[in-house]
Design a protein around this ligand. Structure first.
Ligand code: PGA
Length: 248
């Protein structure tokens, strides 16, 4: 596990953008798993300001709401187009967003040769994509019911409309097959979930805790999201040396 703790959300965005740009420079046809939500936006904006050619990159989204009309601005299909594909110059034909039951997404990921670099957020309740607490750790892409916490946390883009009750999400087992996981979190509201995910047991109670089992994990946090890690000792291995904390 490689953990970077940076000052703020902008710095997290710059760090993640550099990591993605570096991967694309080495693999112009990178399969990039994109997280949605607020956390990765600074990373996408920093990438868009960069000079790299991202037109060969393939984008795969983690999840999508069920039941929204096509083109709904709060849909993740619309998010990926608006916040990622268009600003980064990735053609729409290179964008995959889950739909329907989920089996089709698994086939499309397989056809792409798997996800190379997967960006991940974390919910306040420890969810990973829309794998809510209680999800099987070997789950595949499927339709799930959203928790009330998640529906409340995600309400803003829906305005007065109700937040959907269900979503299709890559399963935990699906996500773990990506070659490199990059978990991002910013803000104090995520501190407890981050601490549980990185230092607690690997358990369905905190789906994000499975990242601990991945052999190539990078964690990028701002100081607020890392605040629950105070006194945390990284156990063994070179990762401990790579922890970077500019405020210490
Ligand atoms: P957020 O969502 O980036 O909008 O906080 C993250 C998540 O719920 O996984």
């Amino acid at each position: 596990m490689d953990v970077a703790v940076l000052d703020d959300a902008e710095a997290v965005g710059a760090h993640v953008a550099a990591l993605v740009a570096d991967a694309v420079a080495r693999h112009p046809d990178l399969v990039l798993g994109v997280a949605t939500g607020g956390t990765p936006l600074p990373a996408y904006r920093a990438l868009a300001r960069g000079s790299g050619d991202l037109s060969g990159v393939r984008l795969v989204a983690l999840d999508e709401y069920v039941g929204l009309p096509p083109g709904h601005p709060a849909s993740y299909a619309a998010y990926v187009e608006r916040e990622v594909a268009t600003p980064l110059g990735v053609p729409s034909a290179h964008v995959v967003v889950p739909q329907g039951s989920g089996a089709a997404l698994e086939r499309r990921i397989a056809a792409l040769g798997g996800v190379d670099l997967q960006l991940l957020g974390i919910g306040r309740n420890g969810h990973l994509a829309f794998n809510e607490p209680g999800s099987q750790l070997d789950s595949r892409t499927r339709v799930v019911a959203l928790s009330e916490t998640t529906r409340r946390d995600n309400a803003a883009p829906f305005g007065v409309d109700p937040v959907p009750t269900h979503a299709v999400t890559q399963g935990i087992g699906t996500i773990l097959e990506a070659r490199h996981l990059v978990l991002l979190a910013t803000g104090a509201a995520k501190a407890a979930a981050v601490a549980a995910a990185l230092t607690g047991p690997v358990t369905p109670d905190c789906p994000a805790s499975v990242v601990q089992t991945h052999r190539r994990l990078t964690v990028v946090l701002d100081a607020a999201a890392a605040s629950g890690l105070d006194g945390w000792r990284l156990v063994g291995g070179p990762a401990a040396e790579r922890v970077h904390h500019p405020q210490l």
